[in-house]
Design a protein around this ligand. Structure first.
Ligand SMILES: Cc1cc2nc3c(=O)[nH]c(=O)nc-3n(C[C@H](O)[C@H](O)[C@H](O)COP(=O)(O)O)c2cc1C
Length: 425
């Protein structure tokens, strides 16, 4: 992602670096099948969390028998420790707009939206100003660049809830219904999305990669990263690091490299106790696993996940029970309440964690925690409850001694109980 001169919404600095060239090519030279072919060749995988192959998803909507289709860019970002889409919206809105125009045109969407987390007021304002400038230059709107193509983008000010970022919940909320996920199958957006029609949903970062791939070619894109996860990833690095921030690194960068080279290591001579490589909904890893490569497949093989690459570092002065409780409380607050195992499970997990942290827990509570995790995992319409259970399971597996110490002392052994909260974590 390149840094541009001037205000981020100004179109000229972006045009100077070859901005909207890919869009022009899509309007005048490339067919939708050419575009999908190039994205498949690049091997781009979705950056919103699941790592689904982008070309395959576009192909599905493009070749759907139903002709009325929609496109939605997902800028709902709300997970603790993830703030990379915010960075893209704020600093390079034109690259996102170009990616959205290409996506929308490729699948021949009837209407196209950018769903923005309503807490991102400044980012949304930048995006709106950038869209206005692109419209003034004839790059979107009616009869784009004299080609006869009409296409516009509408910014949709979304909800501030985590679940509303789940694609089916997002589409529900855009239709005026509660932001609750739908059961999949059958309600995959590619088949049954907005207004019950095929809908292409992609993450902000996924879409920002599109103009670069079409401008520079798939071979350029695959020069970095791993064979099965090509390209770069934007890592939101936070917690106990000297330089928290958003870092673009090749897929497959090691956790150590990210923390040390980008983040400048851990402050005050402290040591790493644990890392969430892909946010609190995936298992933690410990200090002896820092040489793990960070890409979808390697982290999955290691029993964790990349998610949307919200990497949170926890140092050795942190109470792991308190840190886990903080995220258990987050999941409890964010459960939409639709699926009973999630509604009750997130409350019970947080209640038991709180009891242990306060020094009122017993060994029986540890057994209950493990039993509950096993019971609720995989039971929701979305993965929120699974994430909440995986968090507690991994904390208990890796730091059982800390849980036992709370029970033995009947208080938190860390005074004060540090949760490892850093910027955005
Ligand atoms: C609870 C939950 C929250 C999610 N929040 C987001 C989000 O804020 N932004 C996002 O792009 N994807 C989010 N996702 C993933 C989306 O459902 C979807 O997979 C993604 O937007 C698809 O885009 P991609 O293929 O480009 O990754 C979330 C998923 C779950 C289960």
């Amino acid at each position: 992602m390149q840094k541009l001169e001037g205000a981020p919404w100004e179109i000229d600095p972006y045009l100077k670096t070859g901005g909207y060239e890919a869009w022009r090519k899509c309007l005048k030279e490339l067919t939708p099948n050419d575009i999908v072919g190039e994205i498949k060749k690049a091997g781009l995988r979705g950056r919103g969390g699941a790592g689904f192959p982008t070309g395959t998803k576009w192909d599905k909507v493009l070749n759907h028998r139903v002709q009325e289709r929609y496109f939605v860019c997902n800028a709902g970002e709300h997970e603790p420790g993830t703030f990379k889409d915010r960075h893209l919206l704020k600093h390079i809105p034109h690259q996102l707009i170009e990616g959205c125009l290409i996506a929308s045109r490729t699948v021949n969407a009837k209407a196209s939206y950018i769903y923005v987390n309503h807490e991102y007021a400044e980012e949304e304002a930048n995006l709106r100003k950038a869209i206005t400038q692109a419209r003034e230059r004839g790059l979107l709107g009616k009869n784009i660049l004299g080609t006869g193509v009409d296409l516009d983008l509408e910014v949709y000010s979304g909800h501030g809830s985590y679940v509303a970022g789940e694609e089916t919940a997002m589409l529900e909320s855009m239709q005026g219904r509660p932001a609750m996920p739908r059961q999949k199958p059958p309600f995959y957006p590619t088949d049954f999305g907005l207004y019950g029609k095929p809908t292409l949903v992609n993450n902000v970062e996924t879409l920002c990669n599109i103009p670069q791939i079409l401008k520079n070619g798939a071979a350029w894109f695959t020069q970095v990263g791993t064979e099965k996860c090509p390209g770069t990833m934007l890592f939101s690095l936070s917690g106990s690091v000297n330089r928290p921030g958003v870092y673009e690194m090749p897929m497959g960068v090691t956790i150590r490299d990210l923390i040390e080279t980008c983040g400048g290591g851990v402050p005050n001579g402290r040591k790493i106790k644990a890392v969430f490589p892909g946010g609190p909904a995936f298992s933690m890893v410990t200090a002896d696993q820092l040489d793990l490569p960070m890409d979808f497949d390697s982290l999955k093989k290691a029993g964790t996940g990349l998610g949307s690459a919200g990497t949170i570092v926890i140092d050795d002065a942190t109470c792991m029970v308190a840190a886990t409780l903080k995220y258990s409380n987050f999941f409890k607050g964010e459960s939409c309440g639709q699926c009973p195992p999630c509604r009750m499970g997130t409350i019970n997990l947080a209640t038991l964690m709180d009891k242990i942290e306060r020094g009122e827990g017993s060994r029986k509570d540890l057994d209950s925690l493990l039993q509950l995790c096993g019971f609720v995992k995989g039971t929701g319409y979305c993965t929120l409850i699974t994430g909440a259970a995986v968090l507690v399971q991994s904390s208990l597996r890796l730091f059982q001694h800390e849980f036992e110490e709370h029970i033995r002392l009947q208080r938190c052994p860390f005074q004060p109980a540090r949760t490892g909260a850093g910027a955005n974590a």
